[in-house]
Design a binder for this molecule. Structure first.
Ligand code: HBI
Ligand code: FE
Length: 297
């Protein structure tokens, strides 16, 4: 799972945080990372690198292979941006943590991916309050090397600014959550991870693909827009694309009539199943019925 909601203001940024710059970017300060920081990165990197083969989608593996991302040190965003810019026109900019929605959307709309500059502590490897450099760089950057995801995330930024004005941001945020963060995709050799929240999580990389508890449902835009999600535990449902190219259609259609239809429909709980759902796997729901994660607090 991703970040547990801290006391955040309505946009998600740490309540009361004051940015250095209007766009909330900061210098990554690569030289300031301690040996402990790099050691935590190595632990996380080595765990995922042994876990993801056969679980991460081909596009994730291909993107990672072309990037200066390795075990021994937290990557330098300037070197990531050099490669990313040539491949899909994106760059990685450092931020202190969650930034206000409109700041986040403006960066994405301009192909700037805001990545947390900090890394979690050794005693909290599987518990994230906010996206740190491992979630953002290991999880998101390899997928931004893929042209379809690169276009889709930029379209999300453009769409986010508009959704805010239309007052339908929660509906659009669910689309990002159930794709870019927690999406699964079908491959010839089985279900694979493309969502960054899963790819950067040791425990959820297994749960999302192999645990019998969650539902796995064929992606449908309106269905996803209506469906609440969990921020404090594994997801109760994962939506499955037949191909990443299915996201290209989403970046092209006009969401306004869809927002209207979704607004008139009932909202759905994460564990709900509809007769109209294309069920890939009907979950038992056992994990969440048993109370979910054993995380404190
Ligand atoms: N800020 N740095 C950062 N990373 C995020 O993923 C992020 C954010 N601010 C807002 C946000 N996500 C979500 O609230 C929007 O996607 C809706
Ligand atoms: Fe993320």
């Amino acid at each position: 799972m991703r970040d547990k909601a801290k006391d955040k203001d309505k946009h998600g940024a740490a309540a009361g945080a004051v940015p250095e710059r209007a766009d909330w970017t900061i210098d990554q300060g690569w030289d300031n990372y301690s040996p402990q920081d790099h050691a935590v990165w190595k632990t996380l990197f080595d765990r995922q690198s042994s876990l993801l083969p056969g679980r991460a989608c081909d596009e994730f593996v291909a993107g990672m292979r072309q990037l200066p991302i390795g075990a021994d040190a937290i990557p330098d965003f300037r070197r990531l941006s050099d490669v990313l810019m040539r491949q899909t026109g994106w760059q990685v900019v450092a931020v202190p943590g969650l930034v206000p929605d409109e700041v986040f959307f403006d960066h994405l709309a301009n192909r700037r991916f805001p990545a947390g500059h900090f890394i979690r502590k050794a005693n909290e490897l599987d518990y994230l309050e906010e996206p740190d450099v491992f979630h953002d760089v290991f999880g998101h950057v390899p997928m931004l090397m893929n042209p379809v995801i690169a276009d889709f995330v930029q379209a999300y930024g453009v769409g986010g600014l508009r959704a805010q004005q239309l007052g339908v941001l929660p509906n659009l945020a669910r689309v990002y959550w159930y794709t870019v963060e927690f999406g699964l995709v079908k491959q010839k050799d089985g279900l694979r991870i493309y969502g960054s929240g899963i790819a950067s999580s040791y425990t959820e990389s297994v749960f999302a693909l192999e645990n019998p508890s969650p539902n796995r449902i064929g992606f449908d835009l309106e269905r996803v827009m209506r469906t609440h999600y969990r921020i404090d535990d594994f997801q109760e449902v994962y939506f499955v694309l037949d191909s990443l190219d299915d996201l290209l259609q989403l970046a092209k259609i006009d969401f306004a009539p869809i927002y209207d239809r979704v607004g008139a429909a009932s909202e759905l709980q994460p564990g709900d199943v509809l007769a109209s759902d294309r069920l890939v796997h009907r979950g038992s729901g056992q994990y969440h019925r048993d109370g979910g994660a054993a995380f404190p607090g």
